[in-house]
Each structure stands twice: as structure tokens, then as C-alpha cells.
Design a protein around this ligand. Structure first.
Ligand code: ADP
Ligand code: MG
Length: 309
């Protein structure tokens, strides 16, 4: 299956320079491709350059150098077509409290010059589960609902690519799940999704591929599956008959997470230690093991390893 390249970034740089003495190199020689139909996650700590990247695509930040091609359009040659190809859900929530979702979407459609008969306002409201609120003022809506309204707003011109910058920041868990359902449904309909998030477990569940930015550098780019394979840290919990006399120096790479009367929880690096050696240590210290449970690390481990300085 040869899928269309919906996003092609070559040697992209962004240097913010307010005055000549203090400049910030926010994006450093970024090379990236996103394929049609995938959910791509861009992760990274605060200040990594995620919003800068998205704002360059949105046309609100001017790149310093490099090539940006969206849906086959070069940003330098066809900026309008680039903008028409993407729907952006910004990081900040700003919706006018005295408008209804319905009127906000109609206004947005008008701004894109979409004729009344071609508008899909109702369909979009249904997609983000706001059909019941369509004629109520947005000031009565929760943060999560407003966020979904922003998603709806990004969809009025039916862009083939939707980009969400930290869509679930400050949204409670239940509404977060709802929002992800919406995003997944959009993706099923063929829309390519690019998102940034701080919630690594969500990125793990949602994204086909992940890129990790750190200080403007792309430090990882792989399928979520492959990234998870790189996890080295393993956590193991022992139920024991008495408290264990063990410290971080007892075994190579071991890290005591908690040590209670009947329960010992440790983490260790798979490359330097085998669980058998921990069991042997317990046996040698006359500890009876009543139960063992292990837990593979998650994306957080990969993330921390790649972004610690
Ligand atoms: P993220 O979204 O990953 O948190 P940003 O793209 O917002 O990161 O910021 C990347 C870097 O660029 C940070 O060091 C930030 O301070 C800097 N930066 C962002 N916007 C501006 C701006 N308008 N002027 C100057 N520096 C900026
Ligand atoms: Mg940001």
C-alpha cells in the first residue's frame, strides 16, 4: 500500500530573534513525513518546539528556513492551499461566550466562503456530540465541550488533515475520552491526524507513529510499537513474608520503589539485571516469595530517557 505523503518537512528551522543578543533556535533541522490516514503524535516537554511547529503549518509563525509541503502544496508557493488543507485546533481555548455552537460554525463556514447549501454544520455538531447544545450559549459549556467545539470549528471546510495542539490539556478524564473518540472517528473517515500531547499513555493508545521533540531536535521517530520495544525498565512487585533488607546498592541497576512489611516493589534495567538474580537475592536472605507480578514500562520511560539532559 503506497499512501500519499500528506506532510513533508525538510530541514526546517525556526529561530526567534527579538533582539540580536537573545535568539531562540526553536526548531532545528527538522525532517519529517506524515502519511495519509495515520494518527501521528508529536511529543516533547514544555518548550520543545511543538507549538512553534504547528504554528508554522497554521501560517501564524514564519519559518526561518527549510521546506514545508502540505497535501502536495509548498508553503512558500501556495500558502492558501496549505491553509485550506488543514484544520487547526489551537492550544488555547477561545470561544465567544455570547455565541452558540451553531452560529460559531456558520460564521466560520462563511469565512471560508462555503455556500449555505454546502455547509455540514449539523453533521459536525453530531460528530463532536454537541448537537444538543447547538443553540445554547457557549458560556454555559464546560472546558471539554468548548474544546470539542474548537475541533468542530476546525472541520467546517472539510480539511483532509486535522492538527490538534495539546487537545486534552485541562480537560477532565471523561471528556478527554469523548474527545479521543471523536478524533478516532474522524480518522476512520480518512482524515489524517497530527496531535501534540503531554499525556503519554494517551499517545500510546492513540498514535500509529510518534515523534519526540526535545529542545527543537527530533530525538525519536518511529511507530509506537517500535518505541515501546525499546523500553528497558521493568517493574516487579514481590509479595513476601517479611520485610527485606535490600538497598539500591544490593544489585546492579536495581531501584527500590517501595519496601513494606509484606511487599517489595523494585525497578531494574533489563540489560543489566535478570529477575532470577533478584529472586536469588531474596532466597539467599531467607525471604519467602508469596507472589510476583511484573509490569513493563510504558512510553514514559522512553520519553524520560530521550529528553533528560
Ligand atoms: P512547546 O509547544 O513544545 O511547549 P514552543 O514551540 O511553544 O514549545 O516553544 C519553543 C521555544 O521557543 C521555547 O523556548 C519558547 O520560549 C520559544 N518561543 C515560543 N514562541 C516564541 C516567540 N513568539 N518569541 C520568542 N520565543 C518563542
Ligand atoms: Mg505548546
Amino acid at each position: 500500500m503506497n499512501k500519499k505523503n500528506v506532510l513533508y518537512i525538510k530541514d526546517l528551522n525556526k529561530i526567534y530573534s527579538k533582539n540580536s543578543s537573545k535568539s531562540v533556535h526553536a526548531i532545528k533541522n527538522l525532517n519529517l513525513e506524515v502519511n495519509e490516514g495515520e494518527i501521528f503524535g508529536l511529543l516533547g516537554p514544555n518548550g520543545a518546539g511543538k507549538s512553534t511547529f504547528i504554528n508554522i503549518l497554521a501560517g501564524t509563525t514564519i519559518k526561518t528556513s527549510g521546506k514545508v509541503n502540505v497535501w502536495g502544496f509548498d508553503l512558500d508557493i501556495n500558502p492558501r492551499q496549505v491553509r485550506a488543507s488543514i484544520g487547526i485546533v489551537p492550544q488555547e481555548i477561545n470561544v465567544d461566550p455570547f455565541f452558540t455552537p451553531w452560529s460559531i460554525l456558520e460564521l466560520q463556514a462563511g469565512m471560508y466562503g462555503i455556500k449555505k447549501k454546502d455547509r455540514i454544520t449539523e453533521t459536525i455538531l453530531k460528530l463532536v456530540s454537541l448537537e444538543k447544545q447547538s443553540k445554547s450559549y457557549t458560556r454555559a459549556m464546560s472546558g471539554g465541550m468548548k474544546r470539542r467545539l474548537l475541533v468542530a470549528k476546525a472541520l467546517v471546510h472539510r480539511p483532509p488533515i486535522v492538527i490538534l495542539d495539546e487537545p486534552t490539556a485541562s480537560v477532565d478524564v471523561e471528556l478527554r475520552n469523548k474527545l479521543w473518540d471523536n478524533v478516532k472517528q474522524l480518522n476512520k473517515q480518512g482524515v489524517t491526524i497530527i496531535l501534540t500531547t503531554h499525556y503519554l499513555n494517551e499517545a500510546e493508545q492513540m498514535c500509529d507513529r510518534i515523534g519526540i521533540l526535545n529542545k527543537g531536535n527530533l530525538v525519536a521517530l518511529d511507530t509506537t510499537k517500535n518505541l515501546l520495544k525499546k523500553i528497558q525498565t521493568k517493574i516487579v512487585k514481590f509479595l513476601v513474608d517479611k520485610k527485606v533488607d535490600i538497598s539500591n546498592d544490593s544489585l546492579k541497576s536495581i531501584n527500590i520503589l517501595s519496601n513494606e512489611k509484606n511487599e517489595l516493589v523494585v525497578s531494574y534495567e533489563k540489560s543489566s539485571l535478570n529477575i532470577i538474580e533478584i529472586i536469588k537475592f531474596l532466597n539467599d536472605h531467607n525471604i519467602k516469595i508469596l507472589d510476583i507480578s511484573t509490569d513493563d514500562g510504558d512510553l514514559e520511560d522512553v520519553f524520560i530517557r530521550l529528553t533528560k539532559n
